[in-house]
Write a protein that binds this ligand. Structure first.
Ligand code: COA
Length: 437
């Protein structure tokens, strides 16, 4: 699906106005391009970019200009009294939500001018972002939070935690491996896209790869991509690898991200490739949202010999909460839930202080022959009272109803209906996101 990035008119929020930039990088057609100003904001906000010289700054603003021509993305800026006070990147994503595709708005590299922090600029930008994607019929919004607590207050719910395993290469299990592993090149762009789409169509949460960014990633000198092909030469799995240099000799690690395979045999072949790197790497670090990935190794321990809880709970992974999701349109988001065997009418009372138009009461009718549909006249069998953040996590499938209720973040009335309501909402597979933005 091809979509263009948001083109909403400026929307005033307090005294902050937010605008999407045109392809010439200006607010108004024919206006001055703002890439240098954006670069200034970003360099200040992200010292991790390591830009400390005039040449580095020039390269950064040129890169930001080049990004403006990528499809399905856009720059948006915030101004106050005509001055640039914030910038962010918008992404039109196609995401598998419980088995069907949803337009999902992505928000990346949000930065506010050093002189304008804590004045509500970021909140105004996020409010505009949500409104903009709502008007374009998106179901959800997604982002990698710099501060989960800040975004949670704005109604973003936790996604699936990321686990970082660190296996001794020789302990990886490779039985059942099929196919031939080879290194990939920039020309594998089409094959990568085709394979990632086959995986994506069956994987809750996966986002369609943006061709520009996967081309860039395939050509990135710091990364190596390994793929597994079948007898006919079709790519059936792939992974991105990079090297972390260790502090001491022979302690380098190979870091693996975005490991995808069409079945377990092809995945075993990729693990075989990793296992074969044992002469060069002390550890294979695998970043994944598969919490049970420790089953991929005969020795699951991470090499630190740390017991996380005495007498013996061996550390096998570091866990991080990253990606967050937010419902942008409640009816549209619920249309991704499956049909239910039995007809059930669920009243959903949503608390959403940040977006008052979402807050309120909805009644959804679940039936065997179609996804749930809102019907304000329906007489409910049960009521769910919940905040938008947790509801967002339930809909994408990263949380389960019982856990949310157990922690006092939702109630079901009558309480005896909890299993029936969980059967309507809970996902068989938590969402996976490998897209970095
Ligand atoms: C993080 C960042 C985007 C926040 O921008 P901001 O405009 O300062 O954010 P806001 O003012 O909307 O909200 C920030 C806090 O200020 C508070 N605030 C908002 N208006 C306020 C005001 N008028 N007076 C006092 N506090 C205010 C908010 O409630 C919020 O409080 P919290 O920290 O308790 O959640 C900005 O500081 C920044 O660019 N940081 C560096 C880069 C970064 O981390 N980017 C995000 C990566 S995705």
């Amino acid at each position: 699906m091809t979509t263009t990035a948001a083109t909403n008119p400026a929307h005033a929020a307090g005294s902050v106005e937010v605008h999407t930039l045109g392809p010439d990088g200006s607010i108004e057609p024919g206006g001055a391009p703002l890439y240098r100003e954006i670069a200034r904001l970003m360099v200040d906000a992200y010292p991790v970019m390591g830009v400390t010289t005039a040449e580095g700054f020039e390269r950064t603003s040129q890169r930001f200009e080049a990004m403006a021509h990528e499809r399905s993305t856009a720059w948006a800026v915030a101004t106050r009294h005509g001055a640039l006070v914030g910038a962010m990147r918008l992404y039109d994503f196609v995401m598998n939500v419980r088995g069907s595709d949803a337009l999902t708005g992505g928000l990346g590299i949000l930065a506010v001018s050093l002189a304008h922090k804590r004045q509500g600029v970021a909140r105004a930008m996020i409010a505009w972002f949500l409104k903009s994607y709502h008007s374009r019929n998106a179901a959800l919004a997604v982002l990698h939070p710099f501060r989960p607590d800040f975004y949670r207050k704005l109604g973003f719910g936790y996604g699936t935690p990321v686990q970082r395993f660190r296996f001794a290469p020789a302990s990886l299990r490779v039985n059942g491996a099929r196919g031939t592993v080879r290194l990939m090149e920039a020309s594998d762009d089409d094959a990568l896209f085709a394979c990632s789409e086959r995986v994506r169509l069956r994987t809750n949460g996966l986002i369609m790869k943006h061709r520009d960014s996967s081309r860039r990633a395939l050509a990135d000198e710091a990364l190596r991509w390994a793929g597994v092909v079948d007898e006919g030469g079709t790519l059936r799995g792939y992974m991105q690898t990079s090297v972390t240099i260790g502090e001491h000799p022979n302690t380098n690690e190979l870091v693996v991200r975005d490991l995808q395979a069409e079945d377990g045999h092809y995945r075993a072949a990729l693990l075989g490739y990793l296992r074969a790197q044992q002469d060069q790497f002390a550890r294979i670090t695998i970043e994944t949202q598969d919490a049970e990935f420790y089953l991929a190794a005969d020795d699951a321990r991470d090499g630190t010999n740390v017991s996380v809880a005495p007498p013996a709970a061996h550390r096998v992974a570091d866990t991080g909460l990253g990606i967050m999701y937010r419902i942008v349109n409640v009816e549209r988001a619920f249309s991704h839930l499956p049909a239910s065997e039995q007809t059930f009418k669920l009243r959903v009372e949503i608390n959403d202080p940040f977006v008052p138009t979402t807050e309120g009461v909805y009644t959804f009718v679940f039936r065997h022959d179609r996804p749930p549909v809102a019907d304000p006249q329906a007489v409910p069998n049960a009521a769910l009272c919940i905040g938008i953040a947790e509801l967002s996590s339930l809909v994408v499938g990263s949380l389960r109803l019982r856990d949310v209720v157990r922690h006092g973040l939702a109630t079901v009335e009558p309480a005896t209906a909890i299993d029936a309501v969980a059967a309507l909402l809970d996902a068989p597979q938590p969402p996976v996101c490998t897209t970095r933005f």
